[in-house]
Design a protein around this ligand. Sequence first.
Ligand SMILES: [Zn+2]
Length: 305
Amino acid sequence: MMGRRLTFSSLGFVLFIFLTFILVPKARGWSKEGHIMTCRIAQNLLEPEAAEAVENLLPHNLKGDLSALCIWPDQIRHWYKYRWTSPLHFIDTPDNACTFDYSRDCHDQHGLKNMCVAGAISNFTSQLLHYREGTADRRYNLTEALLFLSHFMGDVHQPMHVGFTSDEGGNTIELRWFRHKSNLHHVWDREIILTTLADYYEKDVDLLQKDIEGNFTDGIWFDDLASWKECDDLLSCANKYAVESINMACKWGYKGVESGETLSDEYFDSRMPIIMKRIAQGGVRLAMYLNQIFGNPKEGFSSPT
Ligand SMILES: [Zn+2]
């Protein structure tokens, strides 16, 4: 089955990539390293039907490498055409409540319903479920839907993406990360990942990713893997992931942190394993979504291959 492809010319596409890289504003989302690892972990877990669908939907010249565009939604969120996607990267919950309630919290700042990361995962999942209907008469841009789903599955797992409203998920809590200025949100988006890479992996993202994968293929998270993948309804499971995130944000993100302080070794050592686990969970669950979306819809009737 042939999927739809973006119709960029090669030159146009190179220009597109170039422009998106130089026009990146300060983003609120997993860093590019976090998103790239999430998407690569997922892609390594795809079954053949999902792998083929992903390759069909991606721009031709990426040769099926999903991770190459997993940060695209962060790059275009301030473009006029895509400004509506900006609230889809996070959820603001009531201060100090440490709970997520979809009907209460999943809206943008104007109160528009479903405009949050959990709503976006549900929306783009339901769009992608039309993929099986074939190439003609598509209402949706399924390439964009794939990129958005892949990105937002990462974001919903970053604990501080489901944070308190008044501090914008820790963005307004300014502090120091070791010697340089940062903020609490950015510590979780990127600082801890960069410090991990620098201290333990010679800045090699591939090595870190392999370690994360090893922890669930036959390591400390192996026994948890089945429970990570539990999902009866793809259109609502992201709510569960958002609840996990706000719980972690309260327990590990905000706890004991004061504006203006310096976070260093103690905070790093205790939070780093949590972030690595969230990247793993994001990847495993993205694969589970894509395998279900693009796989055989009637598992009981599938013939052995
Ligand atoms: Zn994001």
